[in-house]
Design a protein around this ligand. Structure first.
Ligand SMILES: NC(=O)c1ccc[n+]([C@@H]2O[C@H](COP(=O)([O-])OP(=O)(O)OC[C@H]3O[C@@H](n4cnc5c(N)ncnc54)[C@H](O)[C@@H]3O)[C@@H](O)[C@H]2O)c1
Length: 359
């Protein structure tokens, strides 16, 4: 196993947490440089510090970087790091909008490991549900319903950083900051929809200009329909994911995954049963999970293992374009009150966002 040097760019909440809690737990990885445009943050670390990502990337002091800056910078620092041949791990979302994500991914030559901090992919609940779907245990999917409203954030949170919850600084609200995890998990488990229709509340419950509450309908090419609801305005909030397929239903809430499964197709049953109001008793089980997996440490550990060639990358950054596009499509649909077809027009949405930023 090679010994790797990592530089962290962006020393706010997340960069500091990665340095304090996650990187030290990963064998073979040493922090050797930091960067933040706020010079006062550099002194907290016992390694060389730089005020720009470019200086860190070109310093010769690092083999890998972890980019934890505000969202618009992900594209710029990511391109610099990839062009410099550094293994690159990007905080979510990989970019603010699809056109930027395309620019970023164009810099990926495949010669370095390029990952994204989709830490919830390490959660055993979602890994199990994905495995059930991929193995066909639920049959062909009919319906998905994810209520993910336990992202409550107060006004003080939004006031804690000038870039937060603005079109110019963050490029969106709950869909760009909190939900990239859930949107990524959604597409990881169920695939990317072909049409998105959404109702968005822009500053509906907070003094912000971006979306803080969303209800979206995702239409899939295979006929499945998803409902995705999220909010930073609700207490106590809910995280409940229900998936119905031809062979039964899975409901994930809290630590429990409840499975109601049939050995044969419900469609076939519907076609052949002679009773007018029949019901079939499913085989019901509850699987209980403890802990949420290795989360951020797990992603960094896996990133290092991928560099060493001992594990496949769990969260490749190129897959991050899907959650960016789905978030963009929800916002666009909410603004214009119409359905957005996917793949969506990246340049068209970039122009819409630019207009919002200059209003
Ligand atoms: N994976 C997770 O669980 C998780 C959780 C929270 C935040 N995040 C993500 O982490 C990133 C950072 O969020 P945060 O809450 O730490 O933000 P923050 O505002 O606390 O920190 C951002 C830091 O970046 C610095 N910075 C800004 N622009 C810069 C530039 N161009 N070059 C160098 N430094 C720059 C700022 O001075 C600040 O110190 C975001 O992408 C956010 O979505 C991820």
């Amino acid at each position: 196993m090679q010994s790797l040097r990592i530089g962290v760019i962006g020393l706010g909440n997340m960069g500091a947490a990665h340095i304090k809690n996650h990187i030290p737990q990963v064998e073979g990885l040493t922090l050797t440089a930091v960067a933040d445009m706020d010079e006062s943050r550099l002194g907290n670390y016992d390694v060389p510090g730089f005020t720009t990502s470019k200086e860190l990337i070109e310093s010769g002091l690092v083999d890998t970087v972890l980019i934890c800056t505000p969202h618009f910078d992900h594209t710029e620092s990511g391109i610099l790091a990839l062009n410099h041949g550094l293994h690159t791990l990007l905080e979510k979302p990989i970019s603010v909008h699809k056109a930027d994500a395309e620019r970023l991914l164009a810099a990926d030559t495949g010669k370095v490991v390029f990952g994204a901090m989709f830490n919830q992919r390490t959660d055993p609940r979602y890994r199990r549900l994905r495995q059930l779907i991929q193995s066909g245990t639920l049959g062909s999917l009919q319906r998905i319903h994810w209520t993910i409203t336990n992202w409550f954030r107060p006004e003080a949170y939004y006031k804690s950083g000038g870039w937060r919850a603005t079109w110019a600084g963050e490029g969106g609200g709950v869909l760009l900051n909190q939900c990239p995890h859930n949107i990524d998990l959604y597409q990881w488990m169920f695939g990317v929809p072909t049409r998105i229709t959404a109702v968005c509340g822009f500053g509906k419950f907070h003094e912000i200009e971006v979306e803080d509450s969303v209800t979206a309908i995702f239409e899939h090419g295979n006929g499945a329909v998803g409902v995705f609801e999220t909010s930073t305005c609700e207490l106590p909030g809910t995280n409940r994911l229900e998936v119905a397929g031809d062979l039964g239903r899975a409901v994930l809430e809290g630590d429990n995954l409840t499975l109601d499964l049939y050995p044969t197709s419900n469609r076939e049953f519907s076609n052949t049963v002679q009773e007018l109001f029949p019901w079939r008793k499913p085989d019901s089980t509850v699987e209980t999970f403890s802990g949420n997996g290795d989360q951020h440490t797990g992603i960094i550990r896996n990133f290092v293992a991928a560099i060493n060639g001992t594990e496949p990358l769990l969260a490749p950054a190129p897959e991050g374009i899907h959650s960016v596009e789905m978030a963009n499509a929800m916002i666009w649909s909410g603004l214009e009150r119409r359905a957005i077809e996917l793949p969506m027009d990246a340049a068209g949405y970039a122009a819409v966002l630019k207009h919002l930023q200059t209003k």
